[in-house]
Design a protein around this ligand. Structure first.
Ligand SMILES: Cc1ncc(COP(=O)(O)O)c(C=O)c1O
Length: 417
């Protein structure tokens, strides 16, 4: 069920033009294309955007300034920018059943910043998943604006089950009375109970912000529960499972629409990247098609098989499996820590991330199936991948041979044939 398509002749012509004008940079881009086509992309946050999405990104809308919103811009000549943004907004609202959508955030972090700006004042208390437990930088890292400007309290996952500790969430909410509760994670492999978070938020009079950066693509395809009916604001990225351009998006009810829009522009951004907005419109259209629902289901089916096969290889899979595209695992039972494992696997042509492991401070591995599934791989290939990872981590297969195996598999499922 490959969902990628050949790159069109226009793309090749553009590449040729770049090659003639700037061979140095063209060579770098060709090398990256080769890397993506000949190694296995297991980073949970990555995917292969379609040639249509890439075409919108490389369109002349990249040249257009369009500060403001459709019909109320600070620049002339915005008719087509307006049309593209209206289409993106309408498609996002229809896809997610939201009353309002803002498609301008440059990134997932920009979307979270705007959500906080819409609802909070500096110094407010916010309850979010702690960083060692899978929270994102924007959920209170001291190195990030979030930790600098707000007073974050972190909840965690249970040491035994790896599941969000609902008792702790409720207790911390009661004792700290946060202005907002954030649910969402970079590494949590299970569905979040949005109804639970809504109930706790209502009990303590807090806003509920869902950071669905990772899961929004599964939500679009009907393969994960939607936070939209529960959260005051949903933040998301458009480039992970959703398979659009790199960027962010915010969904909310009509009552917060104006505050959210003003929090994006003019509070935290000026001119939106209109080519990216157009590319988001393309991605929403693709995600509304039945083929995307089949894709999202296959992403989860693949992740479940991969998680089971990795456990059979001896890795300690967090929570014992996954409900989503994402798996976290501790390779320690194979005698290697997360950082060393990531390096060995990268050398063997299998690209994935490290992640924090809660309780104990060790580093683990985080991987996902969005990209491999876009390439058309299924459960059989997931077993092959797990077996290859296991052999590399145990040092049973020389790196060069493992790399050749990874390349053979990647080439059999070319992302852009
Ligand atoms: C939960 C969560 N929030 C926010 C972000 C930030 O997205 P970006 O890297 O586009 O700023 C990410 C990215 O991985 C994420 O996983």
């Amino acid at each position: 069920m490959s969902v990628t398509h050949p790159l069109g002749s226009d793309v090749r012509e553009r590449a040729d033009a770049l090659g003639r004008q700037d061979p140095e940079l063209a060579e770098i881009l060709l090398a990256e294309r080769h890397r993506q086509a000949t190694t296995l992309q297991l980073c949970a946050a990555e995917n292969f955007a379609s040639p249509a999405v890439l075409a919108a990104l490389a369109s002349p809308l990249a040249n257009k300034y369009a500060e403001g919103y459709p019909g109320a811009r600070h620049h002339g000549g915005c008719a087509y920018a307006d049309a593209a943004e209206r289409l993106a907004v309408d498609r996002a609202k229809a896809l997610f059943g939201a009353e309002h959508a803002n498609v301008q955030p440059h990134s997932g972090s920009s979307a979270v910043l705007a959500a906080y700006a819409a609802l909070l004042r500096p110094g407010d208390t916010v309850l979010a998943l702690g960083l060692p437990h899978g929270g994102h930088l924007t959920h209170g890292s001291p190195a990030n604006f979030s930790g600098r400007w707000f007073d974050f309290v972190g909840y965690g996952v249970d040491a035994e089950t790896g599941l969000v500790d609902h008792d702790q969430v409720r207790a911390l909410a009661r004792s700290h009375r946060p202005k907002a509760i954030v649910c969402g994670s970079i590494a949590y492999p299970r569905h979040l109970d949005h109804a639970f978070f809504r109930e706790v938020a209502d009990e303590v009079g807090a806003y509920l912000i869902a950071d669905a950066a990772h899961t929004v693509g599964l939500v679009a395809g009907g393969a994960a529960p939607s936070p939209v009916p529960y959260a005051d604001i949903v933040c998301a990225t458009t480039h992970k499972v959703l398979r659009g351009p790199r960027g962010g998006m915010i969904l909310c009810g009509a009552g917060l629409a104006e505050r959210v829009d003003r929090a994006v522009f003019p509070f935290s951004q000026a001119g939106a990247q209109m080519n990216a907005v157009a590319a988001k419109a393309v991605a929403f259209h693709e995600a509304a098609a039945p083929a995307f629902a089949a894709y999202a289901r296959q992403v989860v089916a693949n992740a479940r098989v991969l998680a089971g096969a990795l456990a059979a290889e001896g890795l300690a899979v967090t929570t014992g499996g996954t409900d989503t595209h994402l798996i976290t695992a501790d390779p320690a039972p194979l005698g290697v820590d997360g950082r060393e494992a990531r390096g060995r696997l990268a050398a063997a042509g299998t690209v994935l991330d490290c992640c924090a492991l809660p309780h104990g401070g060790a580093r683990g591995l985080r991987l996902g199936t969005a990209a491999l599934t876009t390439q058309g791989m299924g459960e059989a290939e997931m077993r092959t991948v797990a077996e290859l990872l296991g052999r590399v981590l145990r040092g049973e297969t020389p790196v060069a041979r493992a790399r050749a195996e990874a390349e053979e598999l990647a080439r059999a499922f070319a992302p852009y044939p």
